[in-house]
Design a protein around this ligand. Structure first.
Ligand SMILES: *[C@@H]1O[C@H](CO)[C@@H](O)[C@H](O)[C@H]1NC(C)=O
Ligand SMILES: *[C@@H]1O[C@H](CO)[C@@H](O)[C@H](O)[C@H]1NC(C)=O
Ligand SMILES: *[C@@H]1O[C@H](CO)[C@@H](O)[C@H](O)[C@H]1NC(C)=O
Length: 194
């Protein structure tokens, strides 16, 4: 009896685990290939959602996720609690707006986005660019306001990179580590039940 219960409990937990993993994977923002935003990708073929994720992670212990949005939504700026020098950089903002537009969602103005920032960084990213990515030139323009036509004309080159060698092999998505956490949690649970 106990065995039967624990086996169906395990099945239920495993189904939940798969479900959570599935939902989480769908939630992460990425460009729709048919949105015509190929120009916004960097030399490592990373879309602006990916590059923005790398930059956001710098101020958040290496963990950052940009949720996917649809055509009725937009990314609002940080609150006074979540504002930090990464999110208050127009470089991050430009990447985030390109990430919104390439999902066919709406954008918000820099002025409105940055209203809760205690310090704003226009055209610069105040921290080191993390290894594994390269920031396109179009995200570093001194007119902070994002405009796709202006950005496309400005182009990708020269990119901003960190001091360390850029490689295209690293894929730092927090979904990976969150799935790993779920796996560890499941293993612990299996230990407890056996
Ligand atoms: C990408 O855009 C096309 C054309 O607007 C649309 O048909 C398709 O469903 C979109 N794909 C995703 C994954 O949103
Ligand atoms: C967009 O997403 C929101 C929140 O998930 C949802 O409530 C809304 O129905 C979605 N709109 C469309 C057009 O898919
Ligand atoms: C600024 O922060 C307040 C709460 O602290 C929030 O209600 C508002 O939406 C924020 N503004 C933006 C642009 O996110």
């Amino acid at each position: 009896m106990v065995q039967m219960i624990s086996s169906s409990l395990l099945t239920a937990i495993f189904a939940l685990f798969l479900y959570v993993g599935h939902v989480h994977a769908l939630d992460v923002a990425s460009c729709n290939a048919s949105a015509g935003f190929d120009w916004s990708y960097n030399s490592l073929s990373q879309d602006p959602c990916t590059v923005a994720t790398y930059l956001g992670a710098v101020c958040n212990n290496g963990q950052y996720t940009i949720p996917a949005i649809n055509s009725t939504e937009f990314y609002s700026g940080p609150t006074s609690v979540t504002q930090n020098e990464c999110r208050c950089s127009s470089v991050f903002y430009s990447l985030l707006m390109a990430c919104a537009q390439c999902q066919e969602a709406s954008i918000t103005t820099w002025t409105s986005y940055a209203q809760n920032c205690s310090t704003i960084y226009v055209g610069i990213f105040p921290d080191d660019i993390p290894s594994g990515t390269a920031v396109p030139h179009w995200a570093t323009l001194s007119s902070a306001e994002f405009d796709a036509t202006t950005a496309e004309a400005a182009g990708d080159s020269p990119e901003l990179t960190g001091a360390t060698q850029v490689t295209s092999s690293s894929t730092p998505t927090s979904s990976t580590s969150s799935v790993r956490l779920q796996e560890e949690w499941l293993e612990e649970l299996l230990d407890l039940l056996s």
